[in-house]
Write a protein that binds this ligand. Structure first.
Ligand SMILES: [Zn+2]
Length: 450
């Protein structure tokens, strides 16, 4: 059983519903603030009131403030429970070494959602319109959902969170418990090296893989300009005024748009790779981020790498693909073909091995090395040759120079080495060419790295 949150953009059925929703949220805020400042905070640490005991005071509070009864009663309980969540957020910040004070009273700006737990909602996903569903919230009314992703058929909805975001849009998060039907990933020992791929997460380009494909980083120029423009616009407005608020929302929207684009890109790549391969090898970025890039670009890159790896893992689980991390140390230095290490500064974009003559794009060489390490880690023998799978025969005249660059000892790879142990060395002509001729390898490597 897994718990998954399905997020939808939502629109209130009428302005009356919108008002009711916002008022309900604000009532929850009042309850939260009241419970926090009058019940929870005054008591010393170690003898804090329980949530149940605070919830039990709700009927009395409702008598005192009758308007609180306009809100679905269980959502008020959830508002009291929210103190606990805030407390654990505070705790985790403290653990990370932040200096934190006590829990603070929340302003309308900071309190924007209402939680319906177990009951008080009615979801209709069989409306006549496509990609459309509705949620009827008790004591608020109906919200239309942009139902782009169906909820699991036999899932059970445990919670629905209605939120008004800082951009002024409404979202509905539906939390569902269900039994996912993910395909089983293939048994490790049955994986064919050909169905695996090594991926280098780069700084200059987003991704390089061991088949020679590369994906550029997202072009963010337009988004950045938009954000800058809106920052300037906001700074010209009188703080707190209506126009300031509008400008702030516009700015928040611009940021959100960039975030969404980045996310979309990561998700698409993660989906593509995990649906096409049995195993994907990536670098363990906690280590990688320590060794590459200057401090500033390192932090930014590390953040995006982390999200990318997370996306790969998530999609890997869904698509029956192993996502395996390998230690990155040396992947940029080491030659994927012979193992010789050559130090090179980051700006040197070409890998050129002094020992075996293998020439390739730096990141492509890394991706090959990552694949080699990955296969080693799971104990799969790569009986094929990484480079030039199905490409060795193709020629590319404009890359002629690499034909000449080769001075490598041809006897370093003998056909016999490619035979499996205990097998007579019967080698297909193709394999002999691939393993025995570094020239061909280089040439293909260069061809695909362009
Ligand atoms: Zn080499």
């Amino acid at each position: 059983m897994v718990e998954e949150t399905f997020k939808y953009a939502a629109t209130p059925a009428s302005s009356k519903v919108a008002t009711a929703a916002w008022e309900a949220i604000q009532t929850c805020r009042e309850v939260y603030n009241h419970a926090l400042t009058q019940e929870y905070r005054p008591r010393p640490k170690g003898s804090k009131p329980s949530y149940t005991s605070m919830q039990n005071k709700l009927p009395a509070w409702k008598e005192k403030w009758p308007e609180w009864s306009d809100v679905y009663s269980k959502t008020l309980q959830m508002a009291v429970r929210r103190i606990k969540q805030s407390e654990s957020v505070l705790e985790s910040l403290k653990e990370k070494g932040y200096e934190v004070g006590q829990l603070q009273w929340k302003s309308p700006e900071e309190y924007r959602s209402i939680v319906y737990n177990q009951s008080g909602f009615d979801v209709d996903r069989n409306t006549d319109r496509t990609e459309h569903a509705t949620v009827d919230f008790s004591k608020i009314g109906i919200f239309h959902l942009k139902y782009h992703r169906p909820l699991p058929e036999d899932g059970e909805i445990s919670q629905i969170i209605l939120k008004k975001t800082k951009t002024g849009d409404w979202t509905v998060n539906i939390v569902v418990d269900y039994e996912p039907e993910y395909p089983e990933p293939p048994a490790i020992e049955e994986i064919d090296a050909e169905n695996t791929v090594g991926i280098d997460l780069g700084i200059t380009s987003f991704i390089h893989d061991s088949t020679g494909r590369s994906f550029k980083s997202l072009d963010e120029q337009t988004d950045r300009e938009r954000i800058e423009r809106r920052h300037r616009n906001l700074s010209r407005k009188e703080y707190g005024s209506n126009n300031w608020e509008k400008a702030r929302q516009k700015l928040a929207q611009a940021y959100k748009r960039l975030r969404n684009r980045r996310k979309d890109y990561r998700e698409k790549l993660a989906h593509e790779y995990t649906t096409h391969y049995d195993a994907v090898f990536l670098e363990d970025l906690n280590v990688k981020s320590m060794i590459e890039g200057d401090r500033n670009s390192r932090n930014i890159a590390a953040m995006s790498w982390r999200k990318t790896i997370y996306a790969f893992k998530r999609h890997g689980e869904k698509n029956g693909c192993h996502v395996i991390e390998v230690p990155p140390a040396g992947t940029t230095k080491r030659c994927s073909q012979c193992g010789t290490e050559t130090a090179k500064p980051l700006w040197v974009r070409k890998h050129s091995c002094p020992a075996c003559g293998f020439v390739a794009n730096r990141d492509y060489n890394s991706a090959l090395e990552i694949k080699r390490l990955g296969l080693e880690k799971i104990g799969i023998r790569d009986s094929s040759v990484d480079i030039g799978q199905g490409m060795a025969e193709s020629t590319s005249p404009e890359l002629g120079e690499f034909w000449c660059a080769n001075e490598s000892p041809r006897d370093s790879l003998t056909p016999a080495e490619t035979a499996l142990p205990g097998e007579a060395p019967s080698i297909s002509p193709k394999r002999v060419v691939e393993t025995g001729s570094p020239t061909l390898k280089e040439q293909t490597a260069a061809a695909v790295s362009e």
